[in-house]
Write a protein that binds this ligand. Structure first.
Ligand code: BTN
Length: 128
């Protein structure tokens, strides 16, 4: 199978869109994230992301992680995942995320972290 490439535009199962820019020689990348959902949806704005991709050998599908620093709330999300090419030749990002909310007091720490999964597919599939 062809190797999965992170760079490009992606949409997940919630309808959120993200763009990942070029991955540099160290595996570092930046991008932007437009979430479809939020605690206060009316405030949603496109937010920056910073990530790194593992330097995988030729035949292996890359693992990666990125942080989204939400610029319309006090929260931060981290995603980690792996890029795959499925049996129909479509690239898919299988991820898990943690969302850290800002709470006012240490006694509320217990309720400040959410966890979930997201599956991303490429917005404009690229020809071989
Ligand atoms: C906030 O509501 O404070 C920030 C928005 C959080 C959006 C979350 S991050 C994990 C999940 N996947 C998405 O695409 N959006 C939600």
């Amino acid at each position: 199978t062809r190797k999965c490439v992170l760079t490009g535009r992606w949409r997940n199962d919630l309808g959120s869109n993200m763009t990942i820019e070029a991955v540099d020689s160290k595996g570092d990348f930046s991008g932007s994230y437009h979430t479809a959902v939020a605690d206060y949806p009316s405030t949603i704005k496109v937010s920056p992301l910073q990530g790194s991709q593992h330097r995988t050998d030729q035949n292996r599908q890359p693992t990666f992680g990125f942080t989204v620093n939400w610029n319309f709330s006090d929260s931060v999300s981290v995603f980690t995942g792996q890029c795959f090419v499925d049996e129909k030749g479509r690239e898919v990002l299988k991820t898990m995320w943690l969302l850290r909310l800002c709470v006012g007091n240490i006694t509320d720490d217990w309720k400040a972290t959410r966890v979930g999964t997201n599956v991303f597919t490429r917005l404009q599939p690229q020809k071989e």
